[in-house]
Design a binder for this molecule. Structure first.
Ligand code: C2E
Ligand code: CA
Ligand code: CA
Ligand code: CA
Length: 280
């Protein structure tokens, strides 16, 4: 038993050591990566589930690493949230998105409101709202063209600061979505205290859809019903099948985003892709 136990401890330390090394490697490369424009922006459209027209889009970051290829955000965002770099990255992405929208407008390409993800760390950037307003002004963009997605973790950490930021952004004319709704420990608390414009129903409730998961279906139904009572628009994430589209419509959810409609694609392809779609 002692031998086994030793092996277990040894293995555990190796795994921890490896994770730590990876983390240090990523943190060591992040600044250079930002300078070298290795962080690339993908975009995923949001759809009207009745007309299948495009109603908006969300930007999602990827790391185009020179040796490792395309790295998904799950591999680096948690590390950047720990070391604080996430705010620099999010502001960079926001600014790049604004420049892209300006370029598209200048070419008369039809655009939709685009949402940018904000991390819980971003709400502590002292001049966050001023920076955002300044970037919008420099690119001559209407504030209704940008939305921000926030998750419950920012609420759990410091509700006062989050409410403060959300109020200011909304006063400035930016819409706020509550991302991953229903997955945290205080979704209802947050909902009652933070004035958001849209609820994004987390995709986990659609995940087991084909296994006749009545519970998840009922939870979706309930969230949509509750949102209606609160006069809040809802959008479902992770819509992968027509069956899911039909279920969502049947319970009164009329907006969705997911592989059924479109996978995220590089934002440079927006112009070319948009010529093949209809707008809601
Ligand atoms: P999220 O904001 O909830 O984004 C939705 C995630 O679901 C994205 O993963 C998207 O690619 C994926 N997705 C979309 N449709 C489907 C579908 O039909 N099926 C499935 N299985 N997945 C789908 P992604 O791009 O890997 O991003 C993961 C998370 O990383 C995001 O979750 C968000 O929390 C974070 N993230 C991504 N980009 C940024 C960013 O620029 N800033 C910050 N702070 N966080 C970001
Ligand atoms: Ca999001
Ligand atoms: Ca989400
Ligand atoms: Ca998420």
């Amino acid at each position: 038993i002692v031998g086994k136990y030793d092996t277990f401890i040894g293995y555990y330390n190796d795994a921890m050591h490896k994770a730590l090394m990876e983390e240090q490697e990523i943190a060591g490369e992040m600044n250079t990566a930002l300078r070298n424009k290795e962080f690339v922006i993908y975009i995923q459209p949001k759809f009207d589930l009745n007309t299948f027209g495009v109603i908006g889009a969300e930007t999602l970051v990827r790391w185009k690493h020179p040796e490792k290829g395309l790295i998904p955000p799950i591999k680096f965002i948690p590390i950047f949230e720990k070391n604080g770099f996430i705010t620099e990255l999010d502001m960079y992405i926001f600014e790049e998105v604004c420049k892209t929208l300006r370029g598209l407008l200048d070419k008369n390409v039809p655009i939709v409101p685009v949402s940018v993800n904000l991390s819980r760390a971003d709400i502590y950037k002292p001049d966050l709202c001023e920076f955002i307003v300044d970037v919008m002004a420099r690119n001559n963009l209407d504030h209704h063209l940008i939305e921000f997605e926030i998750t419950e973790t920012s609420y759990t950490q410091d509700s006062e600061q989050l409410i403060n930021i959300v109020n200011r952004l909304r006063e400035l004319g930016f819409a706020i979505s509550m991302d991953d709704f229903g997955t945290g420990y205080s979704s209802l608390n947050m909902l009652s205290e933070v004035p958001v414009d849209v609820l994004k129903i987390d995709m986990r409730f659609l995940k087991n859809f084909n296994d006749a998961d009545v519970k998840s279906k009922n939870i979706i139904h309930f969230i949509v019903y509750m949102a209606k009572w609160l006069n809040l628009p809802v959008i479902a994430e992770g819509v992968e099948t027509l069956e899911q589209v039909e279920y969502l419509r049947s319970v009164g959810c009329y907006n969705g985003q997911g592989y059924f409609f479109a996978k995220p694609f590089p934002i440079e392809e927006y112009e070319e892709r948009v010529s093949n779609v209809t707008f809601a």
